[in-house]
Write a new protein. Structure first.
Ligand code: HEM
Ligand SMILES: [Cu+2]
Length: 772
């Protein structure tokens, strides 16, 4: 197939469709506006058109520039997304039948560059431009005009970078009209197929002049990015309102601050490396030639930008997650300060890991080892974030609105992406998986999982604030679900393909990989449909959504999370439409930490005697509960032994494991002892964190988790039906244990309450009044 016709046609069709849709919506647009008036002006009104054009091209208002950024990023995402869909189309069949191999090479090159450079940061800069000044109580960004300059560098940058397609379209049109020199001139410019990493010597030796345009475009976009970052840093540092200090700076601004800092260190370096590449290509310098710096120099420079870049695009999404999640679980962010610290730690560490992309290039092994260490270490701050998010959700009042669904989906994919990344950071693993689909699966789980999902979540969350209307919530939930499922199917399949060590970046592949490749492609098309549904919802709701009448769209006042941008919105609604502000509910957000001794943890310091007494009582009742539970469990296990699905040999092995002479009796004694002490104490410690507050739920969930370990430890080779029976017996036995243990502890609490000691020592008890 002719790529130019298809891709150019698809984009043109999409643009036409959008324009038609807009015109149509405008025509039937004589409907009530949010302010109760009627819109009478048509797009064909020339003075209106000119007015709008002038307004949007010369604006220095941070909110309008924010919208421009978001629109630009969306267009780039659609363009890069079309590339991605085209690749997945090619990979439906093992042979390169749809596009040529050269086209396939161009596709993965432009897909990667467009997505990483022209999609992610512009959209995040847009979000930052729109909401940050509102959150900071600043009038505008620090340098409004520079802000506009920063944005307006981007369209020419994108055009330069992707001029190949434009040139090809021009060549084909010219060729059809008048075959001549002009057509051939454009004809030689093709979209480069050298990979988004632009590795030398391939990028220095390929003659295609479009590579030079691409490099200039990248350079320009780098300048735009640095300008934007400077603006963010200065705004956050100097433009904060009177009552916004460093101690109460919101989490989103923290993330933007660190991100912008990373940009300032990383992007100028990319710019220099690109200039050297341009000089090598056009002026016979030898920065990356064998006679000069050598080809590996490029990789060092590139990845010194490249790895921080992955965090530059990740941190704003993490910021959005930390910002949005609490709103939908009704409690404040758990471990706010540790999230800030982890953000800073990631910022510093991200500059020390670049050579993990070069483990297979033959650099010094001692050097490699240190990069392996730091690469594994950087997983720690990322994990801290994840744990804090999960803890924030834990025990919250989760509201499954579309943004929350996306947050949950994001955490899931991020964990998969992060864990697979830690494996890659280990040199021996990387040597096997480098250059396979495993790497593609790993980073897409992250870049595809958390980044667009948090963008979608943000688009839904702030949609009422930006447009004054509500989006279609049902469609949004469906869209979110579709997007998550599509991502998991697609990139899960890529990881699986990677386990089969299928090399990446080939248009042809062995037939045995075809089924999985097809699953991945179907998943990708599902993502495509989800994106179109989102687009539809955004555009459709802009004209038809229900106008916002109460600024507290998300019921944030109730939990004390009605942040500044919404207050600004309420103000605006009131001034414009005389919408009365609603009264905040006196009920406040549930604290994640507290100094109040009667809330949360028992009063440790004020009354050590009480503590000792309660520890002793706990131990006693714990042991008693453990004993009861273990005995109950024994009954089931011995029944299992009689039926023939449980082998008492397991006890013998247990006794041998702890070093006693191997017998069933000794093993059973160990078993009893463990049930009375270790597992009971552990339950005591964990009970507070287990789901549910009800006695049965807590005990049974604990026992269910434990039964997994037991099933593995006591497994003696059962198979088939016996195995099913074994697992069932193990599970039931543990449930009895859990009920016995939790029941006894509950009884202890009941006794204590009767005695009136007033200690409400956590555990399986009900939450104190006002806890929820
Ligand atoms: C923040 C989100 C992340 C993004 C956006 C990301 C992105 C990427 C990309 C684009 C590549 C492919 C490089 C290539 O084409 O050769 C890659 C590879 C790699 N990533 Fe990540 N990554 C992220 C997080 C992590 C984490 C948390 C780790 C480890 C702790 C990690 C470890 C690696 C390693 C070792 C490679 C090298 C693979 C190879 O040698 O082929 N990444 N990542
Ligand atoms: Cu890296």
């Amino acid at each position: 197939m002719n790529r130019v016709l298809v891709e150019g046609g698809a984009l043109a069709a999409l643009a036409l469709l959008l324009v038609a849709f807009v015109l149509y919506a405008r025509r039937c647009g004589d409907r009530p506006r949010a302010d109760g008036g009627y819109s009478r002006r048509s797009v064909f009104d020339r003075s209106f058109l000119r007015e709008q054009l002038l307004r949007w091209t010369t604006t220095t208002d941070h909110r309008e520039i924010g919208i421009l950024y978001i629109l630009f990023g969306t267009v780039a995402a659609l363009w890069g997304g079309v590339d991605g869909m085209m690749m997945r189309l090619e990979l439906l069949t093992p042979e390169a039948t749809v596009w040529s191999e050269q086209t396939y090479n161009a596709l993965f090159t432009t897909h990667g560059l467009t997505m990483l450079i022209f999609f992610v940061l512009p959209v995040f800069f847009g979000v930052g431009n729109y909401v940050l000044p509102l959150l900071l109580d600043a009038d505008d960004m620090a340098f409004p005009r520079l802000n506009a300059v920063g944005f307006w560098l981007l369209p020419p940058a994108l055009l330069l970078a992707r001029f190949g397609l434009v040139a090809q379209v021009a060549a084909q049109v010219l060729g059809a009209v008048s075959p001549g020199q002009l057509a051939t001139l454009f004809g030689v410019m093709e979209e480069p197929g050298i990979g988004w990493t632009l590795y030398t010597p391939l990028s220095t030796t390929q003659a295609n002049p479009q590579i030079d345009f691409l490099l200039l475009g990248l350079h320009l976009s780098g300048i735009a990015t640095v300008i934007g970052a400077i603006n963010f840093v200065v705004t956050i540092v100097y433009e904060r309102g009177e009552d916004v200090g460093w101690s109460n700076l919101d989490i989103l601004s923290w993330n933007f601050l660190v991100t912008s800092g990373l940009v300032l260190f990383a992007f100028p370096l990319l710019g220099s490396a690109i200039v050297m590449l341009l000089l090598d290509r056009n002026f016979a310098t030898t920065f990356y030639a064998v006679s000069g710096g050598g080809a590996i120099l490029w990789q060092h420079l590139f990845w010194f930008w490249g790895h921080p870049e992955v965090y530059i695009i990740f941190l704003p999404s993490a910021g959005l997650m930390s910002f949005l999640l609490p709103k939908f679980v009704g409690r404040s962010l758990f471990g706010f300060r540790y999230i800030v610290y982890s953000t800073l730690a990631i910022g510093v560490l991200s500059f020390g890991v670049w050579a993990h992309h070069m483990f297979t290039t033959g650099i010094d092994p001692r050097l490699k080892a240190s990069f392996m260490g730091i690469s594994i270490a950087i997983a720690v701050p990322s994990a801290i974030k994840t744990f804090n998010w999960i803890t924030t959700i834990w025990d919250g009042e989760v509201r499954l609105a579309a943004p929350m669904l996306l947050c949950l989906g994001s955490i899931g994919t991020f964990v998969v992406g992060g864990v697979t990344g830690v494996f890659l950071a280990a040199i021996p693993v990387d040597i096997i998986y480098h250059g396979t689909y495993y790497v593609v699966g790993h980073f897409h789980m992250i870049v595809m999982g958390i980044i667009p999902m948090m963008m979608l979540a943000a688009s839904y969350y702030w949609y009422p604030l930006i447009t004054g209307r509500l989006y279609d919530r049902r469609l949004a939930k469906f869209q979110a679900g579709l997007f998550i499922v599509g991502s998991v199917v697609t990139f899960g399949s890529l990881l699986a393909l990677g386990f089969g060590e299928l090399p990446r970046r080939y248009a042809n592949y062995p037939v045995e990989f075809a089924p999985l490749q097809r699953v991945a492609s179907v998943g990708a098309f599902v993502i495509g449909v989800a994106v179109l549904l989102w687009l539809y919802n955004m555009v459709w709701s802009y004209w038809n959504g229900k106008p916002v009448e109460d600024a507290d769209v998300w019921d944030l006042k109730r939990t004390g999370q009605f942040t500044r941008e919404w207050a600004w919105f309420e103000d605006r609604l009131e001034r414009r439409y005389a919408v009365e502000p609603t009264e905040p509910d006196p009920e406040t957000v549930r604290p994640s930490s507290t100094d109040d001794p009667s809330v949360g943890s028992p009063d440790v310091l004020r009354d050590p005697r009480g503590l000792v007494r309660s520890v002793l009582a706990d131990t006693l009742y714990g042991a008693l509960g453990g004993l009861l539970g273990t005995l109950a469990m024994t009954g089931v296990l011995f029944t299992g032994a009689l039926v023939g699905v449980f082998d008492l040999r397991g006890f013998v092995e247990l006794s041998e494991l702890v070093g006693v002479e191997g017998s069933i009796a000794a093993g059973y004694a160990v078993f009893l002892l463990g049930g009375m002490t270790t597992w009971a104490i552990l339950f005591r410690a964990l009970a507070e964190y287990l789901p549910g507050r009800l006695l049965v739920v807590t005990g049974v969930s604990y026992a269910t988790i434990m039964s997994l370990g037991f099933a593995v430890a006591f497994y003696t080779g059962q198979s088939g039906l016996a195995l099913v029976g074994y697992l069932a017996f193990v599970l039931v036995a543990h449930w009895l244990y859990g009920i016995g243990l939790a029941g006894t502890l509950r009884y202890a609490e009941y006794r204590r309450d009767l005695e009136g000691s007033g200690m409400s020592g956590g555990g399986s008890g009900d939450p104190p009044e006002g806890d929820r």
